[in-house]
Design a protein around this ligand. Structure first.
Ligand SMILES: [Zn+2]
Length: 324
């Protein structure tokens, strides 16, 4: 089996059987060099070593040992027979052995793909017992390098978050959601400036894990500053709702389908429901308008049944509903 995310295959002869072990771990390595996935694949043809996958600094993914087979990567039979091993290129030679943002993003995507296919989550506890393991847990080696190793808690949290259904944040518009404001940090975690509640930012990519929080790399839309903000205090900015129609278009008792989510309160606050599909041909999607509050942000209260109290779902705006 080869992940659909892989775009290049060069199977290494240096591999063995997993001897019946099931796949329940991931071990990211660093290449200690800036090898393309093709060059890395060639190295594993002659050097007595291998990995299941490799990721280049450009973010492309290659496969060298199919997933059902055991790679020779981590100096540990026990680890390698349970793990998918992934070599990641460095875009800095020496120093912290930096890894590109594109490679980190591909690594996260590949981990999500592997975890969802084999049914496990990433648990990084700094020991070989976790499901995210490191080469230097098994022998004395610089692998995975200071930079990539510092990303392990972030990678675990981000992969699990995406497994829970959060869509990748990159490119999204977010708003600071913290009454006391939120610090913008520099790449070393130093405080630069505090931004007030409601400040809008664009997420540029993955950040780091610091002070017990995961951070996104962001750009502040108002002044263009770039840095890092804790994702727990950022709320995704929803696409604007379609322009509401005059409230006279709908009446209590109307049979409707609804798209998007409903809120607990007519001002848009409180709990939100999941997004509705709003398929007029699906009886499960039929709703009724059971209350109207003219002038509210979300003036229409909808329920599953025709009367208020009969499966109440919450408040929506005119643009979300269609009479059927
Ligand atoms: Zn290694």
């Amino acid at each position: 089996m080869i992940s659909k995310l892989s775009s290049y295959t060069n199977i290494s002869p240096h591999q063995s059987s997993r001897n019946g072990s099931k796949i329940c771990k991931i071990t990211p390595h660093h290449m200690a060099g800036n090898l393309s996935i093709e060059t890395c694949g060639n190295v594993f043809q002659y050097r007595e070593a291998s990995s299941n996958y490799g990721i280049g600094s450009d973010g492309r993914i290659g496969c060298y040992v199919e997933e059902e087979d055991r790679s020779w990567a981590s100096s540990s039979y026990d680890n390698d027979r349970q793990a998918i091993t992934i070599e990641v290129a460095n875009d800095e030679i020496g120093g912290d052995w930096h890894v590109s943002d594109a490679a980190i993003e591909s690594l996260i995507n590949l981990c999500v793909d592997i975890c969802s296919r084999y049914g496990f989550r990433l648990d990084y506890d700094g020991t070989p017992n976790g499901s995210l393991t490191r080469h230097n847990m098994f022998i004395s080696t610089t692998c995975p390098g200071p930079y990539l190793q510092s990303k392990f808690p972030y990678i675990a949290e981000e992969v699990n978050r995406r497994l829970d259904g959060d869509t990748p944040a990159v490119g999204g518009k977010y708003r600071v959601n913290s009454e006391d404001g939120l610090w913008l940090l520099d790449e070393d975690g130093e405080k630069m400036e505090v931004y007030s509640d409601g400040t809008e930012v664009e997420v540029l990519g993955n950040g780091y894990y610091m002070y017990g929080y995961s951070y996104y790399k962001v750009r502040v839309l108002s002044d263009g500053s770039e840095g890092y903000m804790a994702k727990d205090f950022l709320t995704k900015v929803e696409d604007p709702q379609p322009t509401p129609q005059p409230s006279g278009d709908f009446q209590v008792g109307d049979r409707v389908v609804v798209s998007g989510y409903a809120t607990e309160d007519s001002n848009g606050g409180g709990e939100r429901t999941a997004d509705y599909g709003g398929n007029p041909n699906d009886p499960d999607d039929i709703r009724y308008i059971t209350l109207i509050e003219p002038g509210a942000v979300r003036p229409y209260h909808i329920s599953v049944g025709p009367t208020q109290g009969d499966g109440d779902r919450g408040w929506v705006s005119a643009g979300q509903i269609r009479k059927i």
